[in-house]
Design a protein around this ligand. Sequence first.
Ligand SMILES: Cc1cc2nc3c(=O)[nH]c(=O)nc-3n(C[C@H](O)[C@H](O)[C@H](O)COP(=O)(O)O)c2cc1C
Length: 195
Amino acid sequence: MLEHLKWRYATKIFDTAKKVSASDLETLKEAISLTASSLGLQAYKVLNIEDKEIREKLKAVSWNQPQITDASNLFIFCAYTDFTDKDVDEFIALNAELRNQKPEELENFSNYLKKDMNTRPAEAKKAWLARQPYIALGNLMTTAASMKIDVCPMEGFDAAKYTEILGLEEKGLAPVCIGAIGYRSTGTLCSINPK
Ligand SMILES: Cc1cc2nc3c(=O)[nH]c(=O)nc-3n(C[C@H](O)[C@H](O)[C@H](O)COP(=O)(O)O)c2cc1C
């Protein structure tokens, strides 16, 4: 495993001609979905932005970092801005379905979650929600490295502008961090990186 982590670096210059295959993307998505999260809630969404025009707009509000447009895939990790009783109900319904149980059998857990979510101070809750996607980003990076796929973890972007461009507010989402995924360029520009 360490050999993969030694191979990895935060790739700045991607090879624009190389695309991550659909099956490798599925593996990376599964690595994200297998990620641990506080209370198991996984209160975030990962957007895979494919539209070139949108990626150009995002690059302009990301200090013009080339990874935004040049990586094969751009995964934007967005935290829920709140976790409401409705979210708890949906979470419990999904759990019941996956465990072959009736939602009523998970009532104690549901009540516990609702009490917890309704008593956390709003700012602390937001900060707690925003921490969760980083764990998934880490899992994505490690899994990708084991597949010799590069990832640049990023938070050098204007979150307010991303929210506007991607219409995230109405979806109850806030952009937190990014995984730009693809293959490192082996051109001369890359030789400035010691690895
Ligand atoms: C949360 C986070 C945000 C980062 N944001 C950026 C970024 O916006 N642009 C960038 O080029 N690198 C970004 N990086 C990469 C770091 O600069 C890089 O990981 C660090 O310098 C160590 O280098 P290495 O990962 O190549 O070993 C970020 C890393 C993390 C963990």
